[in-house]
Design a binder for this molecule. Structure first.
Ligand SMILES: [Fe+2]
Length: 427
């Protein structure tokens, strides 16, 4: 633990001089690992463990096995998920949930979204990307629409099936540890996000490998230092990616990529069929790879203020240059159908492959899992007010396209869950 650096756990002030803060923090973290020799030794162990895990992913993939675990929604609903599948999700940090929604329902949502956009002349009025969230990555931003409050999105977020899947996924986390309760795995808050629509024939420009939920923050923030206390203390084998401790106290520096919520899993709901060659999501299914990323940035081959290219306000890049040990494990998700959902641990390295879908759409609604805790509830309440106004949620550029749109979801479209997720019954 780097006690002298800890101001308050919730501190979100961006250091006046980020470079200087990185140098100071790196020195403090190295000192905490006792001696340069210890750092080299610990890092060699982590690298070795990563090579073994990466080799296992590659071997399973080459043998034609599913390295991204697949679970049937019907099994989640019936409480009959096989033990082996649970183990696989825990080890791999991700899952595809088949049939979270009936195919016909997802296809109807897709059609309704297209109508919603057409009726409100989105294509004619779109002003272009409003942020440079992906500017630091090799490829540019794919086809993301800043639309948050359509009826299909609200219906999917508040649906009983979605609630069930989220609490199943939350159950992989330890929500009580260090003598505290960090979140309620069986109670949701909303984290309203956007949609992606990729037209047939439009190639994906892809997104290079990265992680979300903080870049330089993962080293600089006192709360993240506590999340990763075992890694920074040299006890990396004790680091548990599923321990919720201190995660709900992380407050990222304000930027266009910041996430104000603690997400146990990021996720999306498929609205169209997508195949592995379509330029789809790739996951590096090793949750503990974060320990490697953290320690790699403390190695002596880097400049004092360099965290392997991490830049404040951008996603954390994972590159050939610094992380070639990991990248062979990057694995494309299996084919998905409308109504399937795809989920990955918030620390998981992911990318979007280059590719094209010549005769298919590639459409999803981004809907993560953000369980109830003080931090998530406060953000969700603010989102509830944005919803009433049709404004963009606070974490996203204030494009506010939907303010005057017709057909937007209203409070009357929400069930009890939907209102609770947005804190609308608490006002
Ligand atoms: Fe991402």
């Amino acid at each position: 633990m780097v006690e002298p650096m800890i101001r308050t756990l919730g501190d979100t002030r961006i250091p006046a001089d980020v470079s200087a803060a990185i140098s100071t923090t790196k020195n403090a973290l190295r000192a905490q690992l006792c001696s340069p020799g210890d750092l080299a030794e610990v890092f060699a162990e982590v690298e070795d463990a990563m090579r073994t895990e990466v080799a296992s992913v590659v071997a399973e993939r080459d043998a034609g096995w599913a390295v991204i675990p697949v679970v049937r929604f019907a099994d989640i609903a019936a409480g009959t998920v096989p033990g082996g599948t649970r183990e696989a999700i825990s080890r791999r940090g991700c899952a595809v949930v088949r049939g979270t929604f009936p195919r016909a329902r997802a296809e109807a949502w897709d059609a309704e979204l297209a109508e919603y956009l057409a009726e409100n002349r989105f294509a004619e009025t779109y002003r272009g990307p409003a942020d440079d969230a992906f500017a630091g990555l090799a490829s540019s931003q794919p086809q993301i629409y800043p639309v948050y409050w359509s009826r299909p999105q609200m219906q999917a977020r508040q649906d009983d099936n979605m609630v069930l899947v989220r609490s199943f996924l939350n159950s992989f986390w330890r929500h009580e540890s260090e003598g505290r309760s960090w979140f309620d795995p069986n109670r949701d808050t909303a984290y309203p996000d956007r949609i992606r629509r990729r037209q047939p024939g439009s190639g994906s420009l892809g997104l290079s490998a990265h992680t979300d939920s903080g870049s330089v923050e993962r080293w600089l923030l006192p709360a993240y230092q506590r999340v990763f206390r075992h890694v920074f203390d040299g006890r990396w084998r004790d680091y548990d990616p599923w321990d919720g401790a201190y995660r709900t106290e992380v407050n990222e520096f304000p930027s266009t990529v910041m996430c104000s919520a603690f997400r146990t899993f990021q996720g999306w709901t498929a609205l169209s069929e997508m195949r592995p060659t379509d330029g789809v999501l790739q996951l590096l299914p090793i949750p503990s790879a974060m320990a490697y990323l953290l320690l790699r940035a403390l190695q002596p081959d880097l400049a004092e203020d360099d965290l392997c290219g991490a830049a404040n306000g951008q996603s954390l890049p994972v590159s050939e240059k610094h992380h070639e040990v990991l990248l062979p494990a990057l694995s494309v998700i299996p084919a998905v159908e409308p109504g399937d959902t795809v989920w990955w641990h918030g620390d998981l390295v992911h990318a979007v492959a280059d590719g094209s879908n010549p005769d298919r759409w590639g459409n999803v609604m981004y809907i993560p899992a953000s369980p109830h805790c003080a931090k998530n509830a406060a953000y969700a309440r603010a989102c509830g007010q944005a919803f009433l106004a049709g404004a963009s949620p606070g974490d996203f550029a204030a494009e506010d396209y939907e303010v005057n749109w017709v057909g937007r979801a209203t409070v009357d479209d929400l069930n009890r869950t939907g209102r609770a997720q947005l804190g609308l019954d608490e006002a």
